[in-house]
Design a protein around this ligand. Structure first.
Ligand code: FES
Length: 251
């Protein structure tokens, strides 16, 4: 099966599509599951439209933002935050705006410095990252980085302990001790959970416990709880918003 065959089902999940800081005064064009989208930071908040003006098919991402409206670059149609056309400059004032003059708007939220979009009906909320808002933690943003593989394969790699001794020998693993202790994985709805005790290694000189939460479709939350009390949390959110190229990844 090709990953593209899964896209109809993947429409019903939240996906990170951009960094919040990259959606500013100008529209931003992105792709999600082969859908061309445009993000706009309006006065009323962030919106995500199909990147296609209903009038003559111009990319709305070529247009501009005026307060709480998106203005198409071609004939200046104005769209409200819900995607409804509220002004057609060429239309005589006595003529009403046609009912069908609207663009498709998708669910869009900002969380953890990322813009998340769901193209369908969300089967699950945006994955949890409680440490992000916890003042006891220092936050570091790494990425985005691009891997030339499917997002599912990248997820697998993140939790694949058996490769540490071979690919990360002397860093995360030890080739003289490649054995992997099996773990018990529990399913909780759209989420898998497990944890494991990890001995000290060259990268982590203190024994620690790793607690994993794997969220459908492509996000992992990992906590490393050291026996000296220090905690490190990683939120690994994979994005499929540029399928014509390699998937891009946010750490
Ligand atoms: S194509 Fe957008 S207003 Fe005409």
């Amino acid at each position: 099966m090709r990953e593209g065959q899964l896209w109809p089902a993947l429409q019903n999940y939240w996906h990170p599509v951009a960094l919040s800081k990259d959606v500013a005064e100008k529209p931003l064009a992105v792709r999600l599951l082969d859908e061309r989208l445009a993000l706009f930071r309006l006065k009323t908040g962030l919106v995500c439209f199909r990147d296609l003006c209903i009038h003559r098919g111009t990319s709305l991402s070529l247009g501009r933002i005026e307060g709480d409206r998106v203005v198409c670059a071609y004939h200046g149609w104005n769209y409200s935050s819900s995607g409804v056309c509220v002004r057609i400059p060429a239309l005589p004032p006595e003529r009403p705006i046609p009912e069908k003059a609207r663009v498709e708007a998708f669910r869009c939220q900002e969380r953890y410095g990322l813009v998340w979009v769901c193209l369908g009906e969300p089967r699950a909320p945006i994955p949890e990252f409680p440490e992000y808002a916890d003042p006891a933690f220092d936050a570091y943003f790494i990425g985005p980085t691009t891997w030339n593989c499917s997002a599912a394969r990248a997820m697998e790699n993140f939790v694949d302990q058996a490769h540490f001794a071979w690919v990360h020998d002397g860093i995360l693993g030890d080739r003289n001790h490649p054995e992997f202790v099996p773990v018990d994985v529990e399913r909780h709805g759209e989420e898998l959970r497990w944890d494991m005790e990890e001995p000290a290694n060259p990268m982590h000189p203190v024994k620690h416990r790793r607690v994993y939460r794997m969220y459908r479709p492509f996000t992992i939350h990992q906590r490393k709880e050291r026996e000296d009390g220090e905690v490190e949390a990683t939120f690994y959110a994979n994005a499929l918003f540029r399928p014509e190229k390699a998937p891009a990844f946010f750490w």
